[in-house]
Design a protein around this ligand. Structure first.
Ligand SMILES: *Cc1c(COP(=O)(O)O)cnc(C)c1O
Length: 403
């Protein structure tokens, strides 16, 4: 037996690439929606690993799926297919509009596949001129160079040299801008059916309908990035199902693996046929281990009780935030859908979302932000009611130290 090296937060600054600024504590263990750090201090988890740990930490069904598969087969490559991948793809097809599935390992990779497929489809069917990707200001689609360029924050995409070309950004929910820009040169529209990183912004129902209609009129594909909104997060299995607008391509990741890295791109048979053998691929994509875990997660998420429970918890969270707002007058808006909840800070509290996150950490609560002015909650979809109450009580104490 080797003894494990002793490490703490200071090691991060010594040996890690400094593109993150992690909090001062180092979590070592989690169960459900509670997490413990190196000092044994307990936290309530309202962050859910950024909309990933959708069944909490170490859910027994997930531990079992991972353990069982880990004794059978971990990896093959795409030279062979495997049972967990075939089962997972079949379930995704059964529960969505999609007829075909491509597996990746992350949201960015699922989106990269979606964008490349849209470009290839347009080139094959309509010719080389149809390349424009229409996307939205404040949108977020991942950090590969194509996806970050399609994302609507230039601070994330500038400074890396020439960008993938013919990407246009328009304001979200702006029907006039949409009509002005969508044309026969548009290859695809990529959008989140509720902007997550951009500040928890819901789409206007007429806006999404317009996007679908204009895409149809101009033979452009509609890509929904459901990396954050998917797998029950908004109360429907996928957010498009609650909007009544069906995309041509859908990307999913985050909660799909409930804490194990996996992503997927879903589409129709007709569109998928343009990814012929050798056109795209991934070494780890669709590996047995990730797919076995995602299968177990999806089985739980798709249960009607799980989906109904998300809407019940949404009510508890929003009511709790309202109560805090009555006491401290700090939010101008409490919004979002399902367990993708945002609370926007008012004038007096501008720029202080991170202060609240840090104060919450000190009081044993894990939170998220979406920009400088929005406190974001993306907890487990099955977080127990008593953890919601306890977490809100800790948030109350944390805010009290800031007023
Ligand atoms: C998190 C996120 C991504 C990127 O996913 P990664 O797994 O980090 O690559 C893409 N799109 C949306 C909407 C996201 O929230």
């Amino acid at each position: 037996m080797t003894t494990e090296m002793k490490v703490d937060r200071s090691v991060f600054d010594d040996v890690m690439v400094p593109c993150y600024s992690p909090m001062e504590f180092v979590p070592v263990e989690g169960k459900g929606s509670r997490v413990w750090d190196q000092e044994g201090k307990e936290y309530i988890d309202f962050a859910g690993g950024i909309a990933v740990s959708c069944l909490g930490h170490c859910h027994p069904a997930m531990v079992e799926a991972l353990t069982e598969q880990s004794k059978k087969l971990w990896h093959l490559s795409n030279v062979m297919t495997n049972e967990p991948a075939l089962r997972l793809a079949s379930k995704l097809v059964e529960h969505t509009f999609a007829e075909k599935v491509f597996f990746a390992n992350s949201g960015a990779e699922a989106n990269e596949a979606a964008l490349k497929l849209a470009r290839r489809y347009a080139a094959d069917v309509y010719g080389a001129e149809k390349t424009e990707i229409l996307a939205f200001v404040q949108g977020f689609h991942g950090r590969t160079f194509f996806t970050v360029t399609v994302g609507g924050q230039t601070s994330y995409s500038d400074g890396f040299g020439p960008k993938p070309a013919d990407v246009t950004h328009i304001p979200y929910n702006d029907i006039d801008a949409l009509k002005a820009h969508l044309s026969d040169n548009t290859c695809a529209v990529m959008m989140e059916p509720l902007q997550g990183e951009g500040g928890i912004v819901s789409p206007d129902p007429e806006f999404v309908q317009q996007v679908r209609q204009l895409c149809d009129e101009h033979n452009a594909l509609l890509i929904f990035d459901e990396v954050q909104t998917g797998n029950g997060r908004t109360g429907d299995l996928y957010a498009y199902q609650g909007l009544g607008v069906t995309p041509d391509i859908l990307s999913t990741a985050k909660s799909l693996g409930a804490g194990f890295p996996i992503g997927a791109m879903l589409t129709t048979t007709a569109i998928a046929s343009h990814f012929k053998v050798g056109v795209h691929g991934s070494t780890y994509g669709g590996n047995p281990l990730g797919c076995a875990v995602a299968n177990a997660a999806l089985d739980i998420i798709t249960q009607p009780e799980t989906l109904a429970g998300i809407k019940e918890r949404e009510v508890l969270f929003k009511a709790g935030l309202e109560r805090l707002n009555q006491k401290y007058h700090i939010f101008s808006d409490i919004r979002g859908k399902g367990l993708l909840v945002g609370a926007e800070l008012n004038e007096a509290w501008q720029g202080r979302a991170r202060d609240i996150l840090v104060a919450a950490g000190k009081h044993g609560l894990m939170l998220l932000v979406a920009g400088a002015n929005v406190v974001r909650l993306t907890p487990s979809l099955v977080i127990p009611e008593q953890d919601i109450e306890e977490g809100l009580a800790r948030l109350d104490k944390a805010i009290a130290t800031l007023v």
